[in-house]
Structure formats: structure tokens, C-alpha cells
Design a protein around this ligand. Structure first.
Ligand code: ZN
Length: 191
């Protein structure tokens, strides 16, 4: 058994990487975050065991830091989604949003679509703090919370000192998450 890729539930897979990636095997094939570019070989090798990259229809970014968007280009047929706030910040300040110049430049080549409140059985929760546009995703059917860099294990939280951070909002965002009685936490990093 390897710990790089694991099946969390029937329809949800996790690829542990520098920036975790989640694969949702719904009618539409969905990826949440794509990991850091430095891990492209790991993503290619392990994710290809469970899915044909060409079949991924949707990629959702919890925010646009380089360790979450780094491998977006592995999915040639996907539509890309992020919060309206993240897209706005990216248009204004690509480097500040992504924190790595070459990835920021590459990301300009795709259309980023704003996420609605509900999306393929997922609820989008706006959780500004780590970045202004950070979101978490709630999958009610399995009580899974995809928490990006807002909430990690052991109640750790994401950094608040980055260019698009809004530290004043973090507490409110974390309180919002308390209301979701999750069974499984799927964070952006296993800190
Ligand atoms: Zn981040």
C-alpha cells in the first residue's frame, strides 16, 4: 500500500503531495487543487492509475497559490473554477495571488470561471483569511469538508501574512466552518 494516493470514500480520492489534490469521481470528473509543479511527476504517475486526465471536466481551485494550481495544464479538457474574489485579485496582481512568477504567467493562459454557491453537489463556502478569495467545499452526502489552506489537521490554520491575506477575516471564516459537522477533513496540506 502506498500513502501517496488513497481512497477516502467510494467517490473521493486523495493524492498527498506538496499541495494535496483531490479527485471526485462524480458523473462529471472533478479535481480540487492540482498540487505544486515540483510534484508534477508524482501527480502524473499516481493519478494516472485511477483516472484518464482527458476525462477530467472540472478543476476547482480553493485559491490560486502555486502549490494548488501548479499542474492545471495536465487536464486538457477541463474548465477551471475559482472564487470571483480570487479571479479579481489574480487579474489585478497575478504574482501576489500565485507567489511564483512562471506559474502565474502560465495560469493567464486559461479562462478562470467564477464559482456559483452550489456546484455538482458541492457547497462553496467563502472563507477569506489565508487569501481574500479562499474557499472551502462541503460535500454533504459524505460529510466531507475540503478546507484548502484555511483549516489543517489539529486545528492548525493557513498563513495570514501573504500578499492577498486578510488576517482580520480568518476567525470569522473558521467559525463558519464549525457549523459544518464534518466527518472527514480534506485539507490542502497535511500539516
Ligand atoms: Zn495557500
Amino acid at each position: 500500500m502506498n500513502s501517496i494516493i488513497s481512497r477516502i470514500t467510494d467517490k473521493v480520492w486523495k493524492l498527498s503531495s506538496d499541495g494535496n489534490l483531490y479527485f471526485l469521481d462524480f458523473d462529471k470528473k472533478i479535481i480540487i487543487d492540482t498540487g505544486a509543479r515540483s510534484n508534477v511527476h508524482i501527480v502524473r504517475q499516481f493519478l494516472s492509475k485511477i483516472i484518464d486526465f482527458e476525462k477530467v471536466g472540472i478543476v476547482i481551485f480553493t485559491h490560486l497559490h502555486f502549490d494548488h494550481v501548479g499542474n492545471f495544464d495536465l487536464f486538457p479538457n477541463a474548465e477551471f473554477y475559482a472564487s470571483a474574489e480570487s479571479i479579481e485579485d489574480f487579474q489585478e496582481n497575478p504574482f501576489g495571488c500565485v507567489l511564483m512568477q512562471d506559474i502565474a504567467v502560465k495560469l493567464k493562459s486559461v479562462k478562470l470561471n467564477p464559482l456559483p454557491d452550489r456546484f455538482y453537489g458541492l457547497e462553496i463556502i467563502k472563507t477569506p483569511g489565508h487569501t481574500r478569495g479562499s474557499i472551502c467545499l462541503w460535500y454533504p452526502e459524505e460529510k466531507i469538508l475540503f478546507s484548502g489552506d484555511t483549516l489543517f489537521f489539529n486545528r492548525n490554520m493557513g498563513r495570514l501574512d501573504l500578499p492577498t491575506s486578510v488576517p482580520d477575516k480568518m476567525n470569522e471564516s473558521l467559525m463558519k466552518l464549525v457549523a459544518y459537522n464534518y466527518k472527514i477533513l480534506c485539507p490542502g496540506h497535511d500539516y
